[in-house]
Design a protein around this ligand. Structure first.
Ligand SMILES: NC(=O)c1ccc[n+]([C@@H]2O[C@H](COP(=O)([O-])OP(=O)(O)OC[C@H]3O[C@@H](n4cnc5c(N)ncnc54)[C@H](OP(=O)(O)O)[C@@H]3O)[C@@H](O)[C@H]2O)c1
Length: 349
């Protein structure tokens, strides 16, 4: 007997929200039941692209009028806590885009509320579902390179988009640029080094190229380390061109090198590679599915369907989202204080 589709309510129909909408609409086990966008223009675009979804100006009206299984939050980051709180209180599971929220207190409050309400909480770290970045994790966990000791995740790209009403260039609404994209790399590096336990200490540098926004860094690098001496480097420049990402992992006996390049982050025709050296042989891994955030988003929606049905855990949990946001916030503080800072308290609820 066929099961009813999982009913999604999407909040936010901007650049990334439209990709969420397409991914939900193209999944046969999901139904895009409702879309929320405050501006008339976005509501008209949502109604035209998804005529079977109900369209609302406010998430509270959607929660009051539509029966939903999961609320998918893809709004400017300063709105995440309020919308997540209302959705959890309405009894829905969540797919919450990164960063979960702009402060560690807000992230903790969301995780706590999800636990209290017994709801599932997935955080939008879709790189974990990648045919390429996910394969690196599988190779590490299979012991191919031995115990991992060093991870580098690095990105050179063109500047960020402005976002609806310029929120991405307004510190009060974006929080920081570290919370925008390096947050994914903190998550990946911590995931790859999971065997080392929790990170202990972090040191970061940042440099803006615009004196009008000195704390929104175009160039950012951080290192964080573990009790066993393993460490990770996360580095990004927004003062470059196109979109070029590299991951390198070194273990006790082998190493991994992967690269991804596209004219844009969301290109449908990227080039990418993955090389794995087990200490004796070098393998050029054939990656069967395309790699890139648009493809990974489809996998993330599919995983959320399984999550709502009780068949799978989220790819990145609320605790993972708390860690990734927390590492970004400690990095910001490390830049301000110009010294390494401990990170061990982050998960204390
Ligand atoms: N996981 C990833 O790889 C990834 C990639 C990109 C973005 N993100 C995250 O996704 C979120 C959205 O980013 P974006 O690039 O899509 O931003 P965007 O293009 O600016 O779109 C934001 C959308 O949210 C709507 N909105 C604003 N305030 C709202 C509110 N209070 N209630 C409901 N809707 C509201 C806007 O409505 P109007 O259009 O009507 O103004 C717009 O449709 C951010 O948290 C960002 O960090 C994640």
């Amino acid at each position: 007997m066929s099961r009813p589709p999982v009913r999604f309510g999407l909040v936010g129909f901007g650049a990334w929200g439209q990709h969420h909408a397409q991914s939900i609409a193209s999944n046969p086990d999901a139904q895009l039941a409702a879309i929320v966008a405050p501006s008339e223009a976005s509501r008209a675009a949502a109604a035209q692209a998804h005529p079977t979804a109900r369209v609302f100006a406010d998430h509270r009206a959607m929660l009051a009028e539509v029966k939903l299984d999961l609320v998918d939050i893809v709004t400017p980051s300063h709105t995440h806590r309020e919308i997540a709180t209302d959705a959890l209180n309405a009894g829905c599971d969540l797919l919450l885009e990164k960063p979960m929220a702009l402060t560690i207190e807000d992230c903790r409050a969301i995780v706590r509320l999800a636990r209290e309400r017994g709801r599932q909480l997935a955080v939008g770290h879709e790189l974990r579902l990648s045919s390429q970045w996910g394969e690196i994790k599988r190779r590490i966990d299979a012991g191919v390179i031995g115990e991992p000791h060093y991870v580098l995740v690095e990105l050179a790209r063109k500047p960020y988009r402005l976002g609806a009403s310029g929120w991405r260039y307004d510190q009060a609404r974006v929080g920081s640029w570290v919370l925008e994209e390096p947050i994914h790399f903190f998550d990946l590096a911590r995931w790859y080094l999971a065997v080392a336990g929790d990170p202990m200490e972090l040191y970061a540098y940042g440099k803006s190229r615009d004196p009008a926004r000195p704390a929104l860094y175009d160039n950012f690098s951080a290192m964080f380390k573990y009790a066993n001496g393993a460490y990770a480097v996360v580095s990004q420049t927004l003062a470059a061109f196109e979109h070029h990402q590299t991951v390198k992992v070194a273990g006790r006996k082998g190493a991994i090198w992967a690269g991804w390049s596209g004219a844009l982050d969301r290109t449908l025709e990227p080039s990418f590679f993955l090389k794995v050296f087990d200490g004796e042989n070098l393998e050029h891994v054939a990656i069967k599915k395309p790699s890139g955030e648009v493809f990974e988003l489809r996998e993330e929606i599919a995983r959320c369907v399984q999550m709502v049905r009780g068949e799978a855990a989220p790819a990145a949990s609320g605790e993972d989202g708390l860690w990734s946001a927390g590492l970004c916030l400690v990095a910001e503080e490390s830049i301000r204080q110009q010294r390494p800072l401990p990170v061990g308290e982050l998960l204390k609820m």
